[in-house]
Design a protein around this ligand. Sequence first.
Ligand code: ADP
Ligand code: MG
Length: 238
Amino acid sequence: MAYLTLEKLRKAYGKHVVIPEIDLELEAGEFVCLVGPSGSGKSTLLRMIAGLESISGGRVTVAGADITGTDPSDRDMAMVFQSYALYPHMTVRDNMSFALRMRNEDKALIQERVAEAVEMLDLHGLEDRKPSALSGGQRQRVAMGRCIVRKPKLFLFDEPLSNLDAKLRTATRHQIRRLHDQLGATSIFVTHDQVEAMTMADRIALLDHGEVMQIGTPQELYLNPKNRFTAGFLGSPE
Ligand code: ADP
Ligand code: MG
């Protein structure tokens, strides 16, 4: 059974149809990169899955349960954005533990989860710093840490690496994929970087005007692009 299922998912802003109808299934543990031109509906799609945007039709199921009407805070998922809004007055540790403290989780559990996140994200020695004393890459890792302490099963990444320089992007890319594997999570990762998609994804989905033009493994898409759009986007021989 698929872990995440989108059935006839639709989004319109008034008369402006952004996503006519999308059907998509992700297997548990899959890492799917979502690529496509600016304005093709990638962020809208993620926001609908997260419950941050109302849907105009269709439904979303996770592990067999219909979550279409579920409150965003009750969805077992995390969304990671390009701009990481950390609390400037809080230390790295307090930023990371925030969600668990809000839920009045046990102190020992909070400590353990933060320690785990620090380990996974290689943030040793930075726990007592404020965000202003961190580099861009470190801040993005703290933002990831804020999500992983909750141990969500589904990650929605919206171009999280766009603000980083090329070298850091490569390193963080590997780190994110490793985290996904370690946590046994299922992920959708939006990127406009084709190399990123080719190296990170189990499957790549190509979106244009709110429609999935093609979905498949990086090899499938590269070697057998169904149309000019796919070929053009991935730079494959057509
Ligand atoms: P992408 O992330 O692929 O660049 P978006 O999902 O941000 O695309 O946007 C898809 C389309 O939806 C665009 O045409 C955009 O103008 C439109 N759109 C996004 N948010 C809104 C909104 N709040 N109101 C009206 N139109 C919107
Ligand atoms: Mg976007």
